[in-house]
Write a protein that binds this ligand. Sequence first.
Ligand SMILES: Nc1nc2c(ncn2[C@@H]2O[C@H](COP(=O)(O)OP(=O)(O)OP(=O)(O)O)[C@@H](O)[C@H]2O)c(=O)[nH]1
Ligand SMILES: [Zn+2]
Length: 374
Amino acid sequence: MMINAKTAATPALLPAGGSTAAIRCERAAAELRYGRPVLIRGNDGATLAALALDAADRAAYEAFGAALGDRHDLFLTPTRAAVLGLTAPTGALLPLGGIGFAEACHLGYLRGAFRLRDWREGGPLESEAALAARLALLLPAVVCGRVTADNPAFADAVSLELGDLDAANLANLGRFEVVARTEVPLKGIESAEFVIFRGGLAQRDQVAIVVGDPDRSRPVPVRVHSSCITGDLFGSLKCDCGDQLRGGLKTLEERGGGVLIYLDQEGRGTGIAAKMRAYGMQGEGLDTIDADAQLGFGADERRYEAAAAMLSGLDINRVDLLTNNPLKVAYLRACGIDVVSRTPVLGPLTAQNTGYLRTKSRRGGHMLDQLFEG
Ligand SMILES: Nc1nc2c(ncn2[C@@H]2O[C@H](COP(=O)(O)OP(=O)(O)OP(=O)(O)O)[C@@H](O)[C@H]2O)c(=O)[nH]1
Ligand SMILES: [Zn+2]
């Protein structure tokens, strides 16, 4: 049979006009992780080339500097700039002309004494580049510089539009879909159904565990737990995560049913590599917040849109949240979840986790008084 190409309705294989903001972000993240430069285009025609210092090697760093005629800078987040003694609310740009790879890494994310020369404030393009590095689970120290459209060194580079990261996050909110659900027998828990959602940036798979048969006519007990490979899986004594995970599941069962959302947000959203770097610095005496600041991160880099979308997908809106973290409550409320009440979720205080938990209480605002008084 002949098909008339003009009249047959064929679904669009690729979106008209090329890629979406989300796809540009994911392509850029992949390039950055391979130590390759990406371009960020502003509204005014200005274009920034950026390379994530964390993933680049010496050769890539030197080639980038050469392509920019040695007029490149190191962008540091406001937090990292403060570690270097600079007050830079929009981040700091340190000129890299004549500075080698090792010294750039030192300035970007290592501890120590610094010889700072001139610097200036960063702008929105540089901040977007650092955000892209974070999306790629890299440290937010970015080597960057303005380029012209005719610079042949960047002819094949993937490019982002300014604002893509925000647009992509928003656009992906409604796109969490259930791809699988099945019962998995868990030690000490009568009934647990794993519900796997796919969505958000990078279309990653995220896990919700429905324990028992939650009563949706009342606020549903919910634990939103960020992954902690060291604590959840290997029983690290440095934190309370493993105890909170297992204790949380037990509480959901005792309450007649509830949901645990297990979010792919290792290291408060910084990733396992950054968390281990931070642990190294904690071994040198820094607390959990100051160690993250050395690497350029704020006290908590997590987002909860995925959790809110998954709860909605499970037809749950009114919740009793199992947490000690008031920021988590506020964030979920801002995402439209009606957090009616909060239930503390405490693990035992041990010699190894006391310092960490005390910092969370004193500097992170976590409600842990009960633990320290008890
Ligand atoms: N960057 C960093 N992350 C850590 C450290 N210790 C634990 N984490 C991470 O902290 C997060 C803890 O997650 P949660 O237990 O869900 O959250 P929370 O903020 O402690 O709040 P609640 O447990 O709900 O009270 C996980 O992503 C861990 O991987 C640390 O020293 N540095
Ligand atoms: Zn942990």
